[in-house]
Design a binder for this molecule. Structure first.
Ligand code: AMP
Ligand code: ZN
Ligand code: ZN
Length: 399
């Protein structure tokens, strides 16, 4: 009698779980899609996404760089807490240098703390797939998404092939079909660096990504599951113009003997030689176009400074400036204060869970995306820095 009750309850639970799992979530990251590109470049699809769904401005985390922010989107943790504190940094424990371009350190799972959403979802019975999302080809906590591609296997899929891949994943038989698909595209970041946010080539790249997203959306609409797909297009950070003459020289202010190493030109992490931190900070005090803090004195709103691998001193240039002695070979970059206008990120979403024609008034933090995805997928989020109530207004009240 008791056994049959348990069986009955179990089957009821399973049917509820399947019903709750009805929706699919497709998240696309367009690297460097500044929040206002859609206002000044031809982007008919991004406009129709706003009309058919929701539009918002998303605030990146500090530093507004690619790896820290993609991994924040995946985990809901600030870079200070998830460990990818920059695209390159010094690992003080192992006395080696982490860099996204160095295969050994990039693939070392011990750097990647927290739980990416694909692991959260799989741990709770769901299927997930990534097309090059940062961290997805690294076995974090021992697991990958059910489907993923290595970013180190050349040649990378073309943008059109990535769209095909998303459609193929969503066309799989139901038992194999992922409910979470996350895809990454390098544009418009690449053009933004090369030609600046106002460059004609950047305009073309934004227009291209708009039409590619339109194609992806139209192809999703032809699938039998179309009505059940939530489609999100966003990115990791914005883009600001930089010029060769807007630099602050490191060697003009700092003695070589004070420094073990420096990483980056915006922000710059300075690893001091023993006893030299104070000399560095006082030498940089009052220098125009930069701010410099000891790591434990970084303003609280940047949520940065507790991780041991952050430099002893962090230097943050004003928007458009770089702290470097190197040649400036680019016209745009990012990494600046995440509250600055040029660093904000476009966010658009359409689908059954999102309101129609809704514009969020205040920017929201990208740490909230993990909670949003967990909510859409109906799973319990792992501990994180985000808060679903910050983005609940985007959702249909019925959900
Ligand atoms: P940045 O603009 O310097 O913050 O970094 C952007 C670069 O990160 C892009 O040009 C990509 O080539 C690179 N990138 C993106 N995803 C990955 C990945 N999963 N592994 C290694 N590099 C990546
Ligand atoms: Zn990026
Ligand atoms: Zn970039």
């Amino acid at each position: 009698m008791r056994k049959s009750l348990i069986v009955c309850l179990l089957s009821l639970f399973c049917s509820v779980a399947i019903a709750a799992n009805k929706h699919y979530v497709v998240v696309v990251s367009l690297d460097g899609i500044r929040w206002d590109y859609a206002q000044f470049y031809p982007t008919p699809f991004f406009h129709s996404m706003a009309k058919m769904g929701v539009e918002a401005i998303m605030r990146p985390s500090f530093p507004s760089k690619t790896f820290p922010n993609h991994y924040t989107l995946a985990t809901g943790l600030y870079p200070d807490h998830h460990g990818i504190v920059a695209n390159s940094f010094l690992d003080r424990v192992r006395h080696r240098h982490y860099s996204i371009g160095n295969s050994v350190t990039r693939n070392d799972t011990s750097y990647y703390k927290g739980e990416p959403i694909w692991n959260t979802y799989q741990r709770q019975g769901g299927k997930s797939a990534c097309v090059y999302w940062v961290g997805s080809d690294i076995p974090i906590n021992g697991s990958h998404p059910d489907s993923y591609l290595s970013y180190e296997e050349a040649p990378l899929l073309t943008f059109s092939q990535r769209v095909d891949r998303v459609i193929d994943l969503l066309s799989k038989p139901e038992s194999e079909r992922p409910h979470l698909v996350m895809a990454y595209f390098e544009e418009p970041d690449h053009s933004g660096h090369g030609y600046g946010p106002q460059g004609r080539q950047t305009a073309n790249a934004v227009a291209l990504m708009d039409s590619l997203m339109n194609e992806l959306y139209n192809r999703i609409q032809k699938l039998p599951i179309a009505a059940d797909v939530d489609f999100i297009v966003t990115g990791d950070h914005g883009m600001a113009s930089v010029e060769p003459f807007r630099t602050v020289s490191i060697k003009a202010y700092l003695k070589k003997s004070w420094i073990n190493r420096t990483d980056g030109d915006v922000p710059t992490l300075i690893y001091a030689n023993p006893g030299c931190t104070d000399s560095i900070v006082s030498a940089l005090k009052g220098v125009p176009h930069i701010q410099a803090w000891k790591k434990n004195e970084i303003p609280a709103y940047l949520h940065y400074g507790s991780n041991p691998n952050i430099g002893d001193v962090v230097v943050l240039p004003d928007i458009g400036w770089l702290f470097t002695d190197g040649a400036v070979g680019q016209h745009g970059t990012h990494g600046f204060d995440p509250t600055f206008n040029d660093m904000q990120v476009m966010f658009r979403a359409i689908g059954p869970d999102f309101k129609t024609g809704y514009t969020k008034q205040e920017p929201f933090r990208n740490v909230d995306i993990y909670s949003l995805l967990a909510h859409l997928l109906n799973v319990k989020p792992a501990p994180n820095d985000g808060d679903i109530t910050e983005v609940e207004d985007l959702l249909n009240p019925s959900k």
